[in-house]
Design a protein around this ligand. Structure first.
Ligand SMILES: NC(=O)c1ccc[n+]([C@@H]2O[C@H](COP(=O)([O-])OP(=O)(O)OC[C@H]3O[C@@H](n4cnc5c(N)ncnc54)[C@H](OP(=O)(O)O)[C@@H]3O)[C@@H](O)[C@H]2O)c1
Length: 331
């Protein structure tokens, strides 16, 4: 079968190639999935660059999520239950950018019929992170502001729709004016365009000088440093991404006065700490919010596996529209 493979860490468009690799065989408790689609997420690109929180032994195949059809079971009740079904493929170790993949049967999540393949391919990483951050980590009360950076991202757009659904207001930070217009159309309560506006000043105007009690940052660098200046007394900033690949600079007096907090969030860590029931409930809730078109992903260009070099180049392009998908099989 074919898979995207990298033998050394480096720029994805330079180190990834498509190779013939042996077909994987499922063992007990595992299933073999014939893949259909997998998205190109920032975590995939960071892994290939050697800059992610967990790195695979080399050579490796990227791809933490995606969808396909369960073709074989290696034995066990769970595998038998999902045999022949359309599933989301949650793959914590990576490897989904291949025609076939073997995963534990419990990580093959059956997809309701009304969810299209392309949406199912991006079922977990961003939807779960948006929902867990809003409802379980920050527990944002109705009427409160949530400030978010990289608000034009797939996850940021979900958060805007989630805010409308759950009753919190979103204050969205973007770096280009075209994105600002799009986000207002999605229901953003406020948008700050850092190419034209000074973030702490604008947040001061929007909140009558109070600042925000809830903020999430996926950018780092100067943007994150400015977000710290926007926090109200008792405010919390969750850092969950590193898009600028630059560290934030912190005058710690900003945290001391007003007892503010900065915390990290990684979905992998959160998932590891949950029991099966919580996970089942989470899957059900995500599917429900996908049906309501809240946790949906704007899909951009779709590339065949053979075009993986072009696909990762596109995914890394500033101002790209929608999530780039890889299509991994013909049916
Ligand atoms: N911690 C976790 O468990 C977890 C889970 C899921 C996602 N994440 C993180 O969430 C973030 C969003 O993921 P996604 O899949 O939704 O991303 P995405 O759809 O690929 O969008 C990326 C967005 O980031 C913006 N961006 C890129 N570099 C930037 C920079 N230097 N400064 C400001 N904005 C920048 C882009 O803006 P332009 O349109 O202007 O180019 C684009 O809107 C990523 O950092 C990802 O790693 C973390």
């Amino acid at each position: 079968m074919k898979a995207a493979v990298f033998e050394r860490f480096g720029q994805p468009s330079e180190v990834l190639r498509v190779a013939e690799v042996p077909n994987p065989t499922p063992g007990p408790g595992q299933v073999l999935v014939r893949m259909r689609y997998s998205p190109i997420n920032p975590s995939d690109l960071l892994t290939v660059q050697g800059a992610y929180g967990r790195l695979p032994p080399l050579p490796a195949t990227p791809g933490y999520e995606g969808m396909g059809i369960v073709e074989r079971s290696g034995g066990g009740l769970l595998g038998w239950r999902v045999l022949g079904r359309r599933v989301a493929v949650l793959n914590g170790v990576g490897g989904n950018w291949a025609e076939k993949v073997v995963i534990p049967a419990r990580q093959a999540v059956p997809i309701p019929d009304e969810i299209p393949d392309e949406q199912a391919a991006a079922f977990f990483v961003n939807p779960a992170t948006a929902l867990v951050l809003a409802e379980k980590v920050l527990r944002i009360p109705r009427g409160e502001w949530l400030l978010q950076t990289a608000a034009g991202s797939a996850l940021g757009r979900m958060m805007i729709r989630l805010g409308k659904r759950l009753g919190f207001r979103t204050l969205n930070v973007v770096r280009r004016s075209e994105t600002a217009q799009e986000l207002f159309q999605l229901g953003a309560d406020a948008v700050v365009d850092t190419s034209r506006e000074v973030l702490p000043q604008r947040v001061g105007e929007l909140t009558n000088g109070k600042g925000v009690r809830f903020a999430i940052d996926a950018v780092g660098g100067q943007t994150a440093s400015e977000v710290v200046r926007c926090l109200a007394p008792g405010g919390r900033l969750i850092v969950y991404g590193t898009l600028a690949m630059e560290p934030m600079q912190l005058d710690q007096r900003l945290l001391i006065a007003g007892s503010k907090r900065i915390e990290g969030f990684w979905l992998s860590d959160w998932v590891r700490a949950q029991g099966p029931l919580t996970m089942l409930r989470l899957f059900g809730r995500i599917f429900q919010l996908m049906r309501e078109k809240i946790l949906t992903t704007e899909i951009g260009e779709v590339y065949a596996l053979d075009q993986v070099t072009e696909a990762v180049g596109k995914a890394a392009e500033p101002g790209r529209k929608g999530k780039v998908l890889l299509t991994l099989g013909s049916e």
